[in-house]
Design a protein. Sequence first.
Length: 428
Amino acid sequence: MQTYDLIIKKRDGHELEPEEIEFLISGYVQGKIPEYQMAALVMAIYFQGMGKEETVALTRALVNSGETIDLSGIKGTKIDKHSTGGVGDKVSLVLIPLLASLGFKASKMSGRGLGHTGGTVDKLEGIPGFRTDLNKKEFIDQVNRVGAAMIGQTGNLAPGDKKLYGLRDVTGTVDSIPLIASSIMSKKIAGGAENIILDVKFGKGAFMQEIDKARFLAETMVEIGKGMGRKVRAILSSMEQPLGRAVGNNIEVIEAINCLKGEGPEDLREVVISLAQAAFQLEHTDENREKTREKIEAEWKKGKPWDKFQEIVQAQGGNLPPEFPLATEFNFKADRTGFVFGLDARLIGRCSVVLGAGRKTKEEEIDHEVGIYLRKKIGERVQKGDVLASIYARDQQIFQQAEPLLQKAWLIEKEKPEIGQLIGDTIY
Ligand code: URA
């Protein structure tokens, strides 16, 4: 087999065979195939796309490139969840305890923030003492005992994806649906996931801004799951504006705790409920969604998700403080009267990075105490001088650096906007 011939084959729009894909990925990981040939190949994939079988074969090759985690020691209905990334996306902090309180075994391996989007591990590390680095045995024991554990990525999972992602990042080939889908699914499958629920975001703050592209990404990931013998369901949810009102780290944990206690915000609660419904439907495709909702809401009313969250925190060595510290509060005010017509999630995410809540480089430390609290969201009425957002920043100078982004993020118009859909289809 010659790499050159396989590049030409893909360039000319033909499908690669599974053994050819395995040859390419293993050769690349072992350093036998140089970066420039792999760059040409991913560009060919970018333009020609990949068929269903090719995408499954690519995922399998990425899984085979490193360690895999065996979660067969976890007894019961295992469930894992993944989000394609968003702003103010604290869904896992609420959903995982909820699923555990409903009897699932929720094993969650999360990432750190990426670009303008936040990461669950960063948020959890704001809880004093909370360990996100449980070893495999501790992880499995805790899921069996408590019903859930939330940790960072462990082991050398899908190193082929890590290398390929680095190459895609600098060659303009990140935005390819088969490459994104195989990248995400390879890490989930290498991490031992059997039943997977996916939260695929669409809208301004999402990877896939158009809902049709997000749907295609969701369908591709579901197909990969099926092709590899996993049960997968995906929901589409809006990232047109940030989810909830809090964006940052500590501030998102505070909002998640309020939601766990049953206090909203409503959009966060709705996304969590849709994903929990999808989890029930994984087991029984004909599960009645309304009945499931009643079951979920009843559990929530009894305070079970909040109890479970505290149990998880304690099991992972954390101590919930009476109050989470936040940096100095500055007010960002409206310069006109009207309705919030748009609130750009991507700009708010970038603003949170300027404040220090996210990383500009991989090595950077994040600041848990800075962030944004959105006081006006799409559809809400605003008077000139009203506070649009409370900004928690280290000093006035940093607040001023964030201001140009904030000014662009809100669109205020005279007429009231139509509110776009929060939850799209469920894909299975
Ligand atoms: N997230 C991933 O893990 N991989 C991609 O390719 C894009 C987003």
